[in-house]
Design a protein around this ligand. Structure first.
Ligand SMILES: NC(=O)c1ccc[n+]([C@@H]2O[C@H](COP(=O)([O-])OP(=O)(O)OC[C@H]3O[C@@H](n4cnc5c(N)ncnc54)[C@H](O)[C@@H]3O)[C@@H](O)[C@H]2O)c1
Length: 349
């Protein structure tokens, strides 16, 4: 039977977040009956939640027993995108990571196992928790890549544990679980400084793309460790939203899919593009390699997602960066106010 979101009741945990809110906006185009967002706004902003009568926003943690108990018994789809953002915050506060990352998966799946109407439960897994660290020429990471037991951050451990719990609930209770392994997502609605202070400057400087765009718009030179030779597979957030929807409609239960472009972009190339679209003339700040630099190079294989989901990214890095710069300019005041909120904590670091 072909699945669809038409008249569906959909849960999006973490739906106020960067990727989650873009997913909610895209799902609304598919005529759902209702989208329920559960989010404690720990790393996101209510401005991302669309005002649409089909969207019900529940403010709070998905680990809250009352919220879990009150989820409708006739859900069709669930997307689990909650996490404790990001790697550095989890290193600063592993317990907060446990509470908002590992425990969210366990308690959510424990509740969802009772909801027999669910057709798919899609989990936001992380390719970075799986990818081999390479400093030479990388090869595309496939879904079959063995996973190391040695991780750099509690965040990375939690993302893997989410996969393990989902696999368990599938095997033991028939949860229709699908894993979407994200590569590096960028695009509109990633608000620097969104949410609460999470112990490090990365509360504000969340990821390389929005950070570089903000700095470039302010005429600052972009710092490039090791000459910017680390690389990533950058996927535009609207493509990511389409990929998640494809996982829900076409993904095999218990399957795992990379959602990526299959293209490797160096941080140097990204910085040059950002400077071009922001008209930033400040020269790049090329820094030497550092002993502890562990960023490496990586990109993902897209073959399986293409063959089994019919999913391919559509937005090139050029087009995506251009759109993200335009969104940042339009939302400059909002972003500045969210960054400003953390100034005091930043100055005490
Ligand atoms: N953005 C990326 O490049 C990327 C890469 C790999 C994996 N992921 C995964 O994708 C998902 C979304 O990431 P994002 O970039 O949109 O980050 P985000 O921080 O914008 O979104 C996470 C959302 O989860 C919410 N949240 C946190 N704890 C919660 C809790 N206890 N209960 C309910 N909601 C809670 C946050 O408030 C936020 O809205 C995450 O699971 C992340 O690990 C993202």
């Amino acid at each position: 039977m072909d699945l669809s979101f038409n008249n569906a009741k959909i849960l999006v945990v973490g739906g106020a977040g960067f990727v989650g809110s873009n997913l909610v906006h895209k799902l609304l185009e598919e005529n759902p009956e209702q989208i329920i967002i559960v989010d404690n706004l720990i790393s996101s902003d209510a401005a991302n939640i669309p005002s649409d009568k089909r969207v019900k926003f529940i403010f709070g943690s998905i680990t809250n027993d009352k919220i879990l108990a009150e989820l409708p018994e006739d859900l069709d789809f669930a997307f689990h995108l909650a996490c404790y953002h990001g790697n550095q915050s989890s290193i600063a506060d592993p317990m907060a990571d446990h509470e908002n990352n590992t425990l969210t998966s366990l308690k959510l799946f424990e509740r969802l196992k009772e909801i027999k109407s669910l057709k798919k439960v899609v989990y936001a897994a992380a390719a970075c928790a799986v990818a081999e660290k390479t400093y030479d020429e990388p090869t595309a990471t496939t879904e079959e890549q063995p996973v190391t037991l040695y991780h750099d951050s509690p965040y990375s451990i939690s993302k893997i544990i989410g996969e393990l719990y989902g696999n368990y609930y599938h095997q033991q209770h028939g949860l229709p679980f699908v894993k979407a392994r994200f590569s590096n997502v960028y695009g509109p609605r990633e608000i620097l400084g969104a949410g609460q202070w999470r112990g490090t400057q990365h509360t504000v400087w969340r990821n390389v793309t929005p950070t570089f765009i903000w700095r470039a718009l302010n005429g600052e030179s972009l710092p490039l460790d090791n000459g910017g030779n680390a690389s990533r597979d950058f996927i535009f957030v609207e493509d990511m939203a389409r990929g998640l929807m494809a996982c829900a409609l076409k993904g095999a239960v218990s399957g795992v899919y990379n959602l990526a472009t299959g293209n490797e972009t160096s941080i140097l190339e990204l910085a040059e593009l950002i400077n071009e679209f922001t008209n930033n003339t400040a020269p790049l700040d090329l820094k030497p390699a550092r002993d502890w630099d562990r960023s490496g190079k990586r990109f993902a294989s897209t073959r399986k997602a293409k063959e089994e989901l019919g999913f391919e990214s559509q937005v090139s890095i050029r087009e995506g960066v251009e759109k993200t710069v335009a969104w940042t300019i339009e939302n400059r005041e909002l972003i500045a106010s969210r960054i400003e909120k953390h100034q005091k904590m930043m100055s005490q670091l």
